[in-house]
Ligand binder design. Sequence first.
Ligand code: SF4
Ligand code: SF4
Length: 436
Amino acid sequence: MTLRVEHKEEITQREVETFYNFCKSSVNTEVASYLEACVRCGLCAEACLFYMGENISGKIDPTLTPAYKADLLRDIYKENYTLLGRVKKLLGFGVKITSEKLREQVKLAFYTCTMCDRCTKVCPMGIDTPRLVSIVRGALTQAGLVPEDLAEATNTAIEKGSPLGVDVPTFLSRIDFISDEWEVEIPVDRKADYLYIPSSIELMKYPSSVASTAKVLNKAGVSWTVSTKAHEATNFGLFTQSREVTRELLRRILEGAKELGIKTIIAPECGHAYQSMRFVAPNVFPREWDMEVLNVVEFIYKMVKEGRLTLPKRVIDKITLHDPCQIGRRGGVLKEPREILKLLAQDFKDSVEFPEKNICCGGGGGVVVEHEADYHRQKAFLAKAELFDKAGVKDVACYCANCMLALSKSSQELGRDYRFISLVDLVAESIEEEEG
Ligand code: SF4
Ligand code: SF4
């Protein structure tokens, strides 16, 4: 199972046919209703961070409108499933897919859509654009046109167990290091009720949040463990829309968890990891996947509510919150981080009136690893930065390491001085302050 990397040569007829046939066979009643319903009102344009970012720079780019991202798929649908489309094809006016057209699909589906779902919330017809973009991504993956960085990270995840190449010996040495450095006990491969699965972004780039999660779990007094078999929470199958990859990576988690008798999985500060384990896994393994999945922020909130964890110390002055789309808007975990931050900060300033309309970090959906998307990610950050500036804050709490990475990168690249802080790190600090 290896994904083919996008090449720079002329796209072949075979690749075009694979793309076309995947799109055609992905149309079901739900997809057809979305493709039929668009009234070209353009409301979704102003909801999309990539369109908004260009707009802030004084440029209008209609190709960044969410509706446009599904246009080729819509044309293929019409050609196959509507009378007018069939007649047009018979008369020689069928869909023509050139190399340029297919390359544009790579830009539209991979570089300028994070599957954040914000456009869906404003669409008067309820069109789920990320669902349509995911079909285009899947078709490009089948055709062997996955952006190079994304394909390589996905292939590394399949081969070594993590997109950053964290294999079992590396995992164990990082756990040892974190355990020593932060003086926290981290049980490995024990029979337990809770399984905490970190993401390799945290292990390698934000190890303090792994230590903080361990401190929280220890403080809550639950029986928990990490696992060498289920040691990676991310699932790049979702980004490439490869069912095989998604299934294989989830299978490793399922088997690792079952061996240890796990009842609840604690998903880390990672948006798509939560999405894959909480919502995708029960559909991929409808009989076997019987475990509860809680994001670490949900777990903290639950423990606080039940009186098993107290956060009496305020550890930060003025702060706002960035919601990761896959945990917040799509996962519904919006109240919990706010309630926790109100306990931790002197002055919590929400940057949005309606939390479900918060703006994506610009690096979700795999965009942060794609170098060719850097320009678009930076533009999208302008839309995000406007929210921070309106709230008058420099410190931003995050509950996704991928968001933190994307926001920090864009902020630095654009010479801004925002500070992005892990929410679970603040929680651990509060616990320590209390102990101290
Ligand atoms: S899902 Fe998000 S990034 Fe993608 S088109 Fe919609 S608003 Fe834009
Ligand atoms: S908001 Fe909905 S109906 Fe309007 S253009 Fe966008 S996708 Fe089409």
